[in-house]
Ligand binder design. Structure first.
Ligand SMILES: N[C@@H](CCC(=O)N[C@@H](CS)C(=O)NCC(=O)O)C(=O)O
Length: 244
């Protein structure tokens, strides 16, 4: 049986390591240690980080934080040639791509399973996860193009609202907390801030399922431990993604 998400799920007080920059030494790569390379502010890395926390892998999967604003050359040279975070060093290989990684972590490590047993729900999980990048693009594009809230944005949010009640056993997509929730929550965290501040648009208004989803996510420590100050995230996106 899958464990239900509760307030204490994934709850381990953890002192986060400092982010490594261009003058930092690399970790002893391929020494048998399992390492998750992240950046503390990246929504994609955050997906893998939440998955690790929820499965209680804090002692089995070491976090290595990379300072993307002062990226160490060794990250690309020695660890992950694509140079992006997240990546996972495990079993003498390094894998990336957050949506693939969260599935990999769920199937290859101990801890509560993050996919339902029910076949229809599992198929829906796959569909939701496969659609997460398109959702991200639909929500980010108008901000990066400095455009108004478009029909596409409204449609993407309405689709999510409907998907959240597909099985009528909310507040999560699939009854239990799952990889599908992890695929969306880090993006929702950011677009909620950006649309509220930059477009005066509340993404949860008239979308009770989405409102409840965000409320319940904020009770899961595996996720809340990874959140960052909203105004800091807004500033970062304004400066780096040039959203306005
Ligand atoms: N499709 C990738 C995207 C990862 C990604 O773009 N990460 C950004 C940080 S949010 C990155 O590593 N950028 C490289 C850099 O800034 O040098 C995934 O889902 O893992």
């Amino acid at each position: 049986m899958a464990a239900a998400a509760g307030p204490s799920a994934g709850s381990v007080a953890e002192t986060l390591p400092p982010a490594l920059g261009s003058t930092s030494q690399p970790p002893p790569v391929f020494d048998g240690t399992t390492r998750l390379y992240i950046c503390y502010f990246c929504p994609f890395a955050q997906r893998a980080w939440v998955t690790r926390n929820f499965k209680g892998l804090q002692d089995k999967m070491e976090l290595v934080a990379i300072d993307l604003q002062d990226k160490p050359a060794w990250y690309k040279e020695k660890v992950y040639p694509q140079g992006t975070v997240p990546s996972l060093e495990h079993d003498n290989e390094v894998r990336g791509e957050s949506l693939d990684l969260i599935k990999y972590i769920d199937s290859n490590f101990d801890g509560p399973t993050l996919l339902p047993e029910d076949a229809a729900k599992r198929q829906f999980a796959d569909e939701l996860i496969a659609h997460a990048n398109a959702f991200t693009k639909a929500l980010y594009s108008p901000l990066m193009a400095h455009a108004a809230v478009s029909d596409e944005v409204v449609a993407a949010l309405d689709k999510l609202e409907a998907e959240l009640s597909k099985f009528n056993d909310g507040p999560f997509f699939l009854g239990q907390f799952s990889l599908a929730d992890i695929a969306y929550v880090t993006i929702l965290e950011r677009v909620q801030i950006y649309y509220s501040h930059l477009r005066n648009y509340d993404i949860t208004k008239g979308r009770p399922n989405l409102e409840k989803f965000i409320e319940e996510m904020n009770k899961i420590e595996a996720y809340t431990q990874t959140k960052k100050d909203p105004l800091f995230l807004l500033d970062l996106a304004k400066n780096h993604l040039k959203i306005a």
